[in-house]
Write a protein that binds this ligand. Structure first.
Ligand code: ADP
Ligand code: MG
Length: 241
């Protein structure tokens, strides 16, 4: 489904991704692990077509994703419907007058009729357990409530792949447990999950595979999540623990 081939990426003169080779199959659940600044968020932006390789290629379902293709609004819409991105900073994702409108935005962009839009919004409000926030202004919600709203917005488009950048950040333990169970449920329902995280305590049972990024901005290990997380020497060596 996702094929990242010999990808390098630079911000001006700073090399941020080096020699990245990753294949991801439909239905996988993958954690991105690594110290701050190692390139996890950049990799997730690449997967979402926010940035493009300075060298190498990224393909989704056999089709190379580049800026030229995404300039075509039909292609771009179809791609962004399949790959949903939950930003690290929810404020960057929320801009409507209330939570209902916020969740309805994506389905309306897809051209669905209002009955279907309403059905999707109500399903997502229920799934995220935020029905009581329906008419609240997103701007005034707590961090955890904003995160749930942002996830509902992405799920309302029914994407195949869910990409999350440190979703546990700034959320209380109850919210983290809720999110953990939601991710497990979504993966069981067939969604591919790709998620950066530092929060090993709250993600037990979510991930089957881990990609480990080093301070040198390359992937130093691609292995089962449990094998990585139980390898204390490795985690210490790469400044993860
Ligand atoms: P991580 O998510 O693993 O903490 P990032 O992908 O955010 O790492 O960042 C990787 C590197 O890229 C860091 O050194 C960071 O300072 C740099 N970086 C991130 N965004 C930008 C940007 N917009 N311009 C210049 N450098 C950036
Ligand atoms: Mg990051």
């Amino acid at each position: 489904m996702i094929e990242v081939k010999d990808v390098y990426f630079k911000y001006k003169d700073t090399q941020v991704l080096r020699e990245i080779n990753v294949n991801i199959e439909e239905g996988e659940s993958i954690a991105l692990i690594g110290p701050n600044g190692s390139g996890k968020s950049t990799f997730l932006k690449l997967i979402n077509g926010v940035i493009f390789p300075t060298r190498g290629t990224y393909s989704f379902n056999g089709e190379e994703i580049n800026s030229k293709k995404l300039d075509d609004s039909n292609f771009s819409k179809a791609f962004h419907k399949k790959v949903g991105f939950i930003f690290q900073n929810s404020d960057a994702q929320l801009f409507c007058s209330n939570v209902y409108e916020e969740i309805a935005f994506g389905p309306r962009q897809m051209g669905l009729d209002e009955e279907e839009v309403d059905r999707r919004v109500c399903d997502c409000l229920r799934l995220l357990d935020i029905e009581d926030l329906k008419y609240r202004e997103p701007y005034n919600l707590s961090g955890g409530e904003k995160k749930r709203t942002a996830i509902a917005c992405v799920l309302s488009m029914n994407p195949e792949v869910l990409v999350l950048d440190e979703p546990m950040n700034g959320i209380d333990p109850k919210g983290k447990n809720f999110l953990r169970e939601l991710l497990i449920k979504l993966n069981l329902s067939g969604k591919t999950i790709i998620c950066s995280t530092h929060d090993f305590q709250y993600v037990e049972g979510v991930f089957k595979r881990a990609l480990v990024f080093s301070e040198e901005h390359s992937i130093v290990r691609d292995d089962s999540y449990d094998a990585v997380i139980n390898d204390n020497d490795f985690l210490v060596k790469y400044n993860i623990k």
